[in-house]
Design a protein around this ligand. Structure first.
Ligand code: ADP
Ligand code: ZN
Length: 433
């Protein structure tokens, strides 16, 4: 049932005790880095020691800008010669930052990944195909070492080349695959083009999906298309990468591994903690990293702590799926809009295909939100009256959801160009000022 029973089932008070112990160790280690070393609050706690986990609130936050400003070595807390690998975030929102690992860190990360996969029901008898970029992106090597530690047969397939992915799956009897959700619609289309049905023509039973925001509706679609269970995997480079929070087989939120991370959810304006169940910004602190501890990192990801125990028995708290990044939000005609609100509407409609694109444009001095929506092949053919009705229906639903009337353009399946890595949902071409 469990990969590390003694840690996964720890009583809350023992878990918090372990956190305090590890946090003190982390602070001492962080104090070796040029940036944390000069922060008075950190020096104070290195001297006095923390006695409760709530005291973490007295420490300063670390923002992505801090990591960028002191790039490349400002947060390195160990001798360069002990560093054995670096990763770098994909730079979705600007310049990348670098994160360093020593041997201890890599081992601890692989262990968290093995635990995460086990939690989602993956076993050493599985054949695991990792459909994602290797290299600086953490989804490649992060999963690779976890899968090997768990003992599956791993197929480090890398990203793209769908026909090859399908061949690998069929040749080696892949049972579990990991991919970003926005790629899976494309992969499914290629199955269909080849006259294959992943439900019948593969042995897949599980998909692990993550690295980008997606809705519950999107997950259900993926499960339906492939005839599998799809588990949500959350992580970010600054906290290693994947293996920070993962769904268990209950699929009711993601357990955050609290022996390795301190979890906080704050109000991004007041910077104070929000109550359990309330949405705020996720803030994370590493507890088992040596080369580069990161303290109170403001992830900009929006989520909430789900109150109550999980039937699986793990005591590590659960967060809800990420509803977006605070910097994903755009304002149009005075309304705040998150792309996932739009995805939530679209993915509920059976006629809608797997992709959409939001473009913001200034037309006749007015800001407009144009949404191209792929329609499934069987619905796209012919009947203009039907498409007209569908277009009006989507317009109303989205207007009701986000309070702005969009211009909906229905487009052919697979016609929206795909991003190389993570999906880019919003293109803002508005005239500024
Ligand atoms: P970048 O910040 O450049 O995209 P990373 O590759 O480190 O670099 O990506 C981490 C980010 O990806 C997270 O902060 C989050 O916004 C997003 N992310 C990762 N996993 C998920 C997930 N399961 N659901 C939603 N968003 C996710
Ligand atoms: Zn659980």
């Amino acid at each position: 049932m469990y990969w590390e029973k003694e840690l996964e089932l720890l009583e809350r008070k023992d878990l918090e005790h372990l956190q305090v112990e590890r946090l003190n160790k982390t602070l001492r280690q962080a104090g070796n880095s040029p940036c944390y070393g000069q922060m008075p609050e950190i020096s104070r706690f290195i001297r006095s020691g923390m006695t409760s986990i709530e005291q973490i609130r007295e420490l300063p936050f670390t923002a992505k800008e801090d990591l960028r400003r002191d790039f490349p070595w400002g947060f390195l807390a160990t001798d360069k010669k002990d560093v054995v690998r670096l990763h770098s975030s994909s730079g979705t929102t600007g310049n990348p930052v670098a994160v360093y690992h020593n041997r201890h860190d890599l081992n601890s990360w692989a262990n968290l990944m093995a635990r995460s996969l086990f939690t989602a029901g993956v076993r050493d008898t599985d054949v695991f195909q990792n459909i994602c970029g290797y290299g600086l992106f953490t989804g490649g090597l992060g999963f690779q070492y976890g899968v090997e530690k768990l003992g599956c047969l791993s197929i480090p397939a890398g990203a793209g080349n769908s026909p090859r992915q399908i061949k690998l799956m069929r040749d080696f009897g892949t049972t579990v695959a990991h991919a970003i959700p926005s790629y899976l619609g494309r992969l499914f289309d290629v199955f269909r083009e080849e006259g294959l049905d992943p439900r019948k023509d593969t042995q897949l039973h599980t998909l692990v999906i993550g690295a980008e925001p997606h809705t519950e509706e999107h997950r259900r679609r993926i499960e339906e298309m492939f005839g599998v269970k799809a588990y949500n995997s959350f992580g970010l480079s600054e906290m290693n990468g994947p293996g920070v929070a993962f769904e268990c087989i209950e699929q009711n939120g993601l357990h955050v591994w609290e022996d390795a991370y301190v979890l906080e959810v704050i109000d991004p304006v007041t910077l104070q903690p929000v109550a359990d169940g309330e949405v705020g910004e996720l803030v994370m602190t590493t507890l088992d990293r040596q080369a580069m501890p990161v303290i109170r990192y403001r992830t900009r990801d929006l989520t909430r702590i789900l109150p109550g125990p999980c039937p699986c028995g793990r005591t590590h708290r659960r967060i809800d799926r990420i509803s977006g990044r605070s910097d994903d939000m755009f304002i149009i005609k005075g309304c705040n809009v998150f792309p996932m609100q739009i995805e939530g509407v679209l993915m509920k409609l059976p006629e809608v295909g797997d992709d959409y694109r939001i473009t913001l444009e200034t037309i006749d001095d007015q800001d407009e939100m144009i949404i191209e929506v792929e329609v499934k092949k069987e619905w796209f053919k012919g009947d203009l009256a039907f498409l007209d009705k569908l277009q009006r229906h989507i317009t109303h639903l989205i207007r009701d959801e986000v309070l702005v009337r969009p211009r909906i353009k229905l487009v052919e399946p697979s016609s929206i160009p795909k991003a190389e890595g993570k999906a880019v949902r919003v293109h803002d071409h508005r005239q500024k000022g």
